[in-house]
Design a protein around this ligand. Structure first.
Ligand SMILES: NC(=O)c1ccc[n+]([C@@H]2O[C@H](COP(=O)([O-])OP(=O)(O)OC[C@H]3O[C@@H](n4cnc5c(N)ncnc54)[C@H](OP(=O)(O)O)[C@@H]3O)[C@@H](O)[C@H]2O)c1
Length: 405
């Protein structure tokens, strides 16, 4: 990343002051955390201590198909609100730029985050370094292109994809999207038509790579026949193993990269969402059965398992959760999301904490003895996930959720 330092956002001035301020408030937060002393020391590790180990080395990069990105991306959903209210615009821009300065080159957003707000923030934050970053966005929820109102169901009709992409390009302040995903498989549009529409956009230079989100093996294979799929983005973490059913195998066979969404279990795996944490009405997690206080209590053994490994590495459970994903396959890229600089720095530090084979085994063996309580999404969101991308509904031998042409 040496070349990136030339246009660092935080060479001097306000960013440095912010950094000092955040380190001070960060110490206060660490003192109130539930984590053990071993992990608290990792939380307060000076920001950037391990950055040199990653920046400028291939270790800090990964390939999604032919697209090279930082080994950890930055999820930009929550700056536009999802588990929280949207954060202040200038804070969001500073945070995204700090992630870039820290070596992140993959920034993940979507038309529906906000709606529109997520893309606007990403576009404004990254405009000065546009050519040096990979911007990933998504289309396919039923978003009114004028008002941003989100209707029920999905919309991946080819003409809608093309109009939606124009809006994304405008908000992202760019004339190309590096990686454009279909956000959800549309049960009323053949995936071949979706792949064809994105292919047209690629030919016009408006999109560079095609991605699928929440897709199962059959859909990935069908789409890939029409237009090379660069990356699949599905939920994957220690407690959400659905991609192991068939999606990872399909990706490996086809040379498609895998982007892990909610790699920190929507925050739970960091140990900071305890059974007593109050989830406000604006918090999407409150609608998920995994996040009832009872489920959070029952599932706490997973955090303890991660904490045991973390203690020995002077790390945090969240860092171990990210390191576990990074250890799965060299073409897996987790995209943790956060609204704070302290957490972003801590997540990036996970790159310097690789897990040994015995540590991975310890986590896998420990997890195999735990029965996770509660579904990973609410019923409405689960219904929108492709067959084969969720446990118990394998699309092996089937066509997936998308109708045949
Ligand atoms: N394709 C899709 O359908 C889809 C679905 C969901 C998400 N995504 C993408 O994946 C990204 C990440 O997913 P996600 O936000 O659902 O889940 P996540 O990254 O697993 O967890 C995010 C939560 O963890 C907390 N957190 C982050 N780092 C932390 C740390 N070091 N210590 C303690 N808490 C920490 C955050 O709170 P703080 O803000 O307080 O740090 C936030 O509440 C999103 O931003 C989005 O880009 C895609």
């Amino acid at each position: 990343m040496d070349n990136l330092r030339n246009d660092s956002f935080s060479e001097n001035g306000p960013e440095q002051k912010d950094r000092r301020k955040l380190l001070v408030t960060g110490l206060g937060l660490a003192a109130t955390s539930l984590l053990t002393p071993g992990s608290a020391s990792a939380q307060t590790r000076p920001a950037g201590q391990s950055a040199t180990a990653q920046q400028g080395t291939k270790q800090g990069r990964r390939k999604l198909g032919t697209l090279e990105v930082s080994a950890l991306g930055f999820g930009c959903m929550n700056v536009a609100g999802m588990y929280n209210r949207p954060i202040d615009k200038q804070d969001a821009i500073r945070l995204i730029r700090a992630a870039y300065d820290r070596g992140v080159t993959l920034f993940d957003t979507a038309e529906v985050y906000g709606p529109f707000l997520g893309e606007e923030l990403v576009g404004e934050a990254l405009a000065p370094v546009r050519s040096r970053v990979v911007i990933a966005s998504k289309f396919g929820f039923n978003v009114d292109l004028k008002t941003g109102a989100v209707g029920p169901g999905h919309n991946s009709r080819p003409e809608h994809i093309k109009r939606a992409t124009e809006g994304s390009l405008r908000r992202l302040k760019t004339d190309y999207i590096d990686l454009h995903y279909q956000h959800r498989v549309d049960p009323s549009v053949p995936i071949e038509d979706v792949a064809g529409a994105v292919q047209d956009l690629i030919r016009e230079g408006k999109v560079r790579h095609f991605g699928l989100s929440a897709a199962g093996g059959a859909t990935i294979r069908r789409a890939h026949k029409v237009q090379q799929v660069t990356a699949v983005q599905n939920e994957y973490s220690i407690w959400t193993r659905d991609p192991e059913l068939e999606v990872l195998q399909a990706c490996e066979e086809l040379g498609v990269g895998f982007v892990a969404w909610s790699p920190l279990g929507m925050g739970y795996l960091t140990g900071t969402v305890t059974p007593r944490t109050l989830l406000g009405p604006e918090d999407l997690r409150a609608s998920m059965t995994r996040f009832t206080p009872e489920a959070r209590r029952a599932n706490w053994q997973i955090v303890e398992l991660l904490q045991r490994v973390a203690n020995r590495k002077q790390a945090t459970p969240g860092q171990v959760a990210l390191a576990w994903l990074l250890a799965r396959k060299p073409w897996i890229v987790p995209i943790p999301g956060t609204t704070t600089r302290k957490h972003m720095e801590q997540n990036m530090d996970a790159l310097a904490l690789p897990l040994s084979t015995p540590e991975v085994k310890e986590i896998n063996d420990g997890f195999a003895r735990i029965r996770v309580q509660g579904a990973r999404l609410n019923a409405e969101l689960l219904a929108g996930i492709d067959i084969g991308a969720k446990l118990g509904t394998s699309s092996k031998g089937g066509q997936g959720m998308s109708p045949l042409p």
